[in-house]
Design a protein. Structure first.
Length: 153
């Protein structure tokens, strides 16, 4: 209680993603080649979860070209927090310090908010990309395919 404000009346500072930076310089300094915006969606009454209103079983894979630098923007349209995890690659949070982007495997997206981060597609193959809450995963999941140019699997 009383800790929601960045600087609150109790003299405590509440940290958020904007407060963290990497100890080491960002490895891939390139600007992203494109942006992918994904909406985290669901129905709390029916406890059904999805990405862009599409459950995993009906979703097309997200395709990345090997070596590509991409910005992912997650928009949480639900009233629950979603810890989103991309297998195989780092997520580098855009926190305002481009030279020291914090690297994470799981990015927390608060209710009614959005988070953007950069990914370098440096791992060929098929990767899971999902909410880390087990009961959200069957719907709130995508396959990410990292392929060389001209390759299709």
């Amino acid at each position: 209680m009383g800790l929601r404000d960045h600087h609150n009346r109790y003299g405590r500072k509440v940290l958020n993603y904007g407060d963290i930076k990497n100890l080491y310089p960002t490895l891939d300094q390139r600007d992203p080649e494109r942006e992918i915006q994904l909406h985290l969606t669901g129905n709390m009454s029916r406890y059904m979860w999805s990405v862009d209103g599409v459950k995993f079983a009906d979703a097309e894979p997200l395709r990345l070209s090997y070596g590509e630098r991409v910005r992912i923007v997650l928009v949480n349209d639900t009233m629950m927090t979603h810890p989103i995890h991309l297998h195989g690659m780092w997520s580098e949070l855009e926190t305002g310090s481009a030279d020291y982007l914090p690297r994470k495997h799981t990015v927390i997206v608060q209710p009614g908010s959005s988070v953007s981060y950069l990914v370098t597609a440096d791992a060929l193959g098929r990767w899971a990309y999902h909410c880390h809450l087990l009961y959200h995963m069957p719907g709130m999941m995508r396959e990410v395919r990292v392929e060389k140019e001209g390759q299709s699997s």
